[in-house]
Design a protein around this ligand. Structure first.
Ligand code: HEC
Ligand code: HEC
Length: 284
């Protein structure tokens, strides 16, 4: 009788794994999944904290650069008031001869066109049609000083004293170069981390082309670059031969942007090339 009982219990223990071991397996399983969930939650909280810190640092650096640029621009503003005001300050009231006959008056036209691309009347950040990134505007001012493309020749031929000289250039560079550098550090640190090729390439175009070809600007009749779908369907992009298309050729040949000082680096050109290649494969 005792033997029988022992045998039966032995049978039960071995065959079913026993009632106790079954319970612990279940318990282990529950504990394990609890741990997985806890780990996942901890990781999520950690990621969120990191993201918050990243966003905070991003805003802080952005504010710092902008405040610095705003304050330091006031030091250089007299130079702008002397040589650029007539066409780039919306508070500047044209003299009577500039207001007569409205739009057909060339002085009025210069002011209208000048204000579209740069209006520094409210200091930094500058205003411009389509709100291009400030760093793009800073770079355009930098090249205008170095290449002496501004003030307009038609203006300096009447007012030769308004020409840019090397002292002006040095003053401008002392102000603008450190600011541009900081915007670029910001860009690399906060705007392009982990970015895919398409978003990096599009950001390059935004920084380098949009102020003349997007958001209401259409130099040479080419606008709307901000609409990527339209850009890729438009006449400047050819999916069958993207390297020969004008969009790519204009950059690769150095023809665009027009100022040599703003030319894209090889690395930037390669990003655009890789992106256009991806896009052309999507179509074909
Ligand atoms: C007599 C008027 C006049 C004066 C003075 C003048 N500009 Fe301009 N500026 C213009 C006009 C007009 C344009 C737009 C040209 C165009 O759309 O092609 C322009 C364009 C620009 C641009 C954009 C160029 C580009 O690459 O898109 C910059 C930057 C600029 N001016 C800076 C200056 C600075 C800095 C000064 C002073 C040193 C100055 N300008 C003085 C009329 C003027
Ligand atoms: C400072 C203003 C300015 C910037 C910045 C600029 N462009 Fe242009 N772009 C022009 C002007 C002006 C024309 C018209 C030139 C002409 O007809 O000779 C033009 C024309 C073009 C054309 C048409 C060419 C044609 O023959 O029809 C393409 C394509 C182009 N740009 C691409 C770009 C790209 C890509 C970028 C950025 C990497 C860029 N541009 C940046 C001013 C600019």
């Amino acid at each position: 009788m005792i033997m029988k009982y022992l045998l039966v219990s032995l049978f039960l223990l071995t065959s079913c794994g026993g009632p106790f071991s079954k319970d612990t397996t279940e318990l282990n399983f529950v504990n394990k999944s609890k741990k997985v969930i806890e780990d996942q939650q901890a990781l999520k909280i950690k990621r969120e904290a990191e993201k918050r810190l990243f966003d905070q640092q991003k805003i802080q650096m952005w504010n710092e650069i902008n405040l610095e640029a705003k304050n330091s621009f006031m030091v250089i503003k007299p130079l702008f008031d002397n040589k650029c005001m007539n066409c780039h300050d919306s508070n500047f009231k044209l003299p009577l001869y500039g207001r007569l006959f409205g739009k057909i008056n060339p002085v009025k036209k210069h002011q209208d066109d000048g204000l579209k691309v740069l209006d520094y009347s409210e200091g930094f950040p500058f205003k411009a049609l389509g709100n291009p990134p400030q760093v793009a505007l800073l770079k355009s001012i930098r090249s205008a000083f170095i290449e002496r493309t501004m003030p307009l020749k038609s203006f300096t031929s009447v007012y030769p004293k308004k020409k840019i000289n090397s002292t002006d250039e040095q003053l401008l560079l002392n102000w603008i170069d450190p600011i541009i550098k900081k915007f670029e550090v910001y860009e690399n640190k906060f705007n392009t981390v982990d970015a895919s090729i398409p978003s990096k390439a599009q950001r390059i175009l935004e920084l380098r082309c949009f102020r003349c070809h997007a958001n209401g600007n259409a130099k040479g009749g080419f606008g709307n670059m901000e609409n990527t779908t339209a850009l890729l369907k438009g006449k400047y992009f050819d999916a069958d031969n993207f390297e020969k298309s004008e969009l790519f050729q204009s950059i690769n040949s150095g023809e665009m942007p027009p100022s040599r000082l703003e030319a894209l680096s090889d690395e930037e050109i390669n990003y655009v090339r890789s992106w256009l290649e991806i896009e052309s494969k999507k179509v074909n």
